[in-house]
Design a protein around this ligand. Structure first.
Ligand SMILES: *Cc1c(COP(=O)(O)O)cnc(C)c1O
Length: 395
């Protein structure tokens, strides 16, 4: 069989772990009941879903009835933002989110704007950290929702969620965090953080695609976005994805069991990679911080070169990475995250995200650095921009 490329795109998705796959398999065939059914087959499935809910609730320090299963991060983000906006619209129509949220949040916010909500964006600094003083200055009596991701999918910045939640609550606003990149990687306690809602997704943590959960604090008003049957305590219609939920719970359990080991290992790959690129490749900028950064993430802008052309060279050399975020690559727009960090448009265009995983090796990382060095030099030799500006300094 042909050798598969090296996979450095774990922020886009991860392979399903063996433990989760094994746990899921019976739920596709033998244990197939609809949890809504009032008979033996239904009860078998109810048991599996209840166990998964208990396990996930325990991991994030929530009560089981505060965990609502969804189809993934996108649905969780949509539900939190739309559901709170619609439930609290009599109180106010002002919504604050960070400018570096996932598209699931940004496009939902734009849709709400058309409905008459006012959307304002927190400032972030050059590393992507939310400016808390700025947030305090824009929050108002009629601010109903404050939303900020726990960790950014493109540049890896880990946000001060507890402090943001304190500011939101001091004002009586609802606090939401998108923890899709953080769950299973960082230790999360929803009560200690003080968040009212939190979205998660299975496929970013070696679980199956198309399943996730939204934590909703008991007592919080949230309107449904998927209306239908009585599933999820009447809040989210649709026949329960039993196998997916079982796989999510098992993948989450394994991620937490190995959390310290994986954090240390993946950070060591990333640090070795960042150190080598910064010292061996000229005219390169690391985007995002060195401290308080997701262990898997390294994001670079290569001056004088289009991100797409490096991506193409790496693809040819058998290395799978993404330019900007997986969702915006393919479009020729510069990254909204990098623009928010204050990068000029050329650099926001030329960025490449490397996201490492637990199966990667130091040899793969070293090979990638060698390929980057060679490709960057070759592409720059062809670049008129580089000839005009860079050549003088580049020896
Ligand atoms: C991947 C991702 C999402 C979307 O999750 P899906 O389960 O793929 O819908 C949302 N937010 C962040 C930060 C992500 O990385």
């Amino acid at each position: 069989m042909e050798k598969k490329p090296i996979y450095f795109d774990h922020a886009a998705t991860t392979p399903l772990c063996k433990e989760a796959l094994d746990k899921m398999l019976p739920y596709f065939s033998e244990v197939f009941g609809n949890p809504n059914s009032q008979h033996y087959y239904g009860r078998e499935s109810v048991k599996a879903v209840d166990e998964a809910r208990d396990s996930i609730a325990k991991i994030i320090n929530a009560k089981p009835n505060e965990v609502y299963f969804t189809s993934g991060g996108t649905e969780g983000d949509n539900w939190a933002l739309r559901g709170v906006a619609h439930a609290y619209k009599e109180k106010g129509k002002h919504i604050i989110i960070s400018p570096i949220e996932h598209a699931a949040m940004l496009t939902t916010a734009k849709a709400l704007k058309k409905e008459g909500f006012e959307i304002e964006y927190m400032k972030v600094d050059e590393f992507g950290f939310v400016d808390l003083e700025h947030l305090k200055s824009i929050i108002r009596k009629d601010t109903i929702f404050v939303g900020c991701m726990m960790a950014n999918n493109e540049v890896g910045t880990i946000e001060p969620i507890k402090e943001i939640a304190q500011i939101a609550h001091a004002n009586g606003s609802v606090m939401f965090t998108d923890a899709v990149q953080a769950a299973g990687v960082l230790k999360i306690d929803v009560k200690d953080l003080g968040v009212d809602l939190m979205s998660m997704s299975a496929h970013k943590i070696y679980g199956p695609k198309g399943v996730g959960a939204l934590y909703i604090r008991n007592g919080l008003k949230v309107e449904s976005i998927l209306t239908g049957g009585h599933q999820e305590r009447m809040k989210r219609g649709g026949t329960t994805n039993v196998a997916g939920i079982v796989g999510f719970s098992e993948a989450f359990r394994i991620a937490i069991r190995d959390i310290d080991k994986n954090f240390e290992y993946v950070s060591s790959l990333r640090d070795h990679f960042i150190d080598r690129v910064l010292s061996e490749v000229p005219f390169v900028k690391l985007n995002g911080p060195r401290e308080n950064r997701l262990p898997a993430n390294a994001d670079f802008s290569f001056q004088f070169i289009e991100g797409e052309s490096i991506l193409f060279s790496l693809d040819l050399a058998g290395i799978a990475v993404s330019s900007g975020s997986a969702c915006s690559s393919g479009s020729l727009e510069p990254s909204h995250v990098l623009l928010s960090l204050g990068l000029p448009e050329e650099l926001a265009h030329g960025s490449i995200r490397f996201s490492f995983g637990k199966h990667n090796t130091i040899e793969e990382v070293d090979y990638a650095v060698d390929v980057i060095k060679e490709s960057v030099q070759r592409l720059r030799e062809m670049s008129p921009l580089f000839k005009a500006e860079g050549e003088i300094k580049y020896v």
